[in-house]
Ligand binder design. Sequence first.
Ligand code: FES
Length: 152
Amino acid sequence: MQDLLYLPVQNVLFNDLFDWTDVKQKCQQTTAVINTKGLKATSNKSGSLVECNEEQIALFRHGQKVYAVKEKCPHAGGPLHLGDIEELADGSLCVKCPWHSWKFDLESGEVKFPEGHAKMAVTYKVQVKDNGQILIGFEKFSEKYFQMDNDF
Ligand code: FES
């Protein structure tokens, strides 16, 4: 198994994430800072959209565990951080895309509904430090870091 490169999420800590297992929290609004450029967004019963390693990633908290999935739905590009979390009968935890209700396994990225689709959501391993810092695992640094552009 390949070692992953764990990069920190900026401006969002574990306790900022909406907890899908917390019934009380489901009745309240929560606010999360969403990216490294200082933009903020209100999240209410949703995941948090963050930017890490030049990727837009949706984070979901379920109890003490955090799941990370690429923001762009592989079906038609819907915003997965606005999806609901559902536990299926087989025990898998899925995010349901808000656009056409496809369900993706948060561990494997596999399409659980509708059946028979080979497309996969991109999922990432996540670590949470004792201080609440969230780290997302990547196979390598984004190629975008090494591209020459007009910023120089
Ligand atoms: S865009 Fe996500 S299910 Fe269609």
